[in-house]
Design a protein around this ligand. Sequence first.
Ligand SMILES: NC(=O)c1ccc[n+]([C@@H]2O[C@H](COP(=O)([O-])OP(=O)(O)OC[C@H]3O[C@@H](n4cnc5c(N)ncnc54)[C@H](O)[C@@H]3O)[C@@H](O)[C@H]2O)c1
Length: 319
Amino acid sequence: MRILVTGAAGFIGSHLCERLCARGDRVVGIDSFDPFYPRDMKERNLTGLRADARFALVEGDIRDPAALTRAFAQAQPEVVVHLAALAGVRPSLLDPTRYADVNVIGTQRIVDAVREHGARRLVFASSSSVYGLNSRPPFKESDPCLKPVSPYASTKRSGELLLFTAHHLYALDITCLRFFTVFGPRQRPDLAIHKFARRIAAGQPIELFGDGSTSRDYTFIDDIVDGVVASIDQSVPEPGYRIYNLGGSRPVALSALVALLASALGKQPLVTYGLEQPGDMKRTLADVTLSGQALGYAPKVSMEEGIARFVDWLRAQPA
Ligand SMILES: NC(=O)c1ccc[n+]([C@@H]2O[C@H](COP(=O)([O-])OP(=O)(O)OC[C@H]3O[C@@H](n4cnc5c(N)ncnc54)[C@H](O)[C@@H]3O)[C@@H](O)[C@H]2O)c1
């Protein structure tokens, strides 16, 4: 298949592109190397892909129609997987306008480009954060999702909504995937597992927001990639609009996460406690019944194994 992946140099994008190339797809990635975290980390993510003849990268911004024209011309995509975004929850409180620009306007630009250049399916990276205030775990796709609690969450819900409109008006075939906190090798450095692991390994204190009882549904990267690939391949009778949760489907308390990391690193953690952060959700947990039925999605990697694989990767990284 010919596939265009936006955000290809990032954590999830680079793993997805590797999996697609490994099964013989031709993949074009587009990425702007946004400075949210260092370019050299993203270049390391791309090391294997740069050597693969089935992969090509267009450096450019998804908000720039000329860059999208280059990427679509090179890819001639059957499917577009749209992962490019500003992805942090807490940083979105500091610069909500930029988040709206990249995540909402950027997504509309992708819709415009799909309409202009063609692709039979668009798969969009949404987030568990869209469940916001009025959902009770485990979160179901049928929950109303009307009260997002961070600018990031609002932009992801906005993306889902403008994609519904594109499906309704132009019969585009759309799949929105709600990822639940993804972890594993190459995880973004702003996320708790990565941030805590580096500090615990260096003998530095870590600050937990709240009393350690908040919990997250963590999903190992290989399970997420399984779900994305299944949604690329899904056979449907006619163009539709679908939303699926992709989660690990197990809640892990923050304090339990720290204990798991410390044990994998063989270190004693130095923990301080701070205030719960505005914009954070207290609990996330995916109901994966629908994605199981429709995509055959079934998370396989345990928290312990996933943390061990993350720690092995971290140990091989520069300080
Ligand atoms: N990692 C998670 O736990 C998680 C959870 C839910 C949803 N998501 C979503 O999955 C997607 C990928 O997340 P990730 O963790 O791999 O993040 P990431 O930051 O590692 O990857 C995103 C990539 O998009 C690129 N990008 C940003 N703005 C761009 C622009 N204007 N034009 C072109 N490229 C641009 C960045 O340079 C980066 O390489 C995002 O849409 C994110 O919101 C991630």
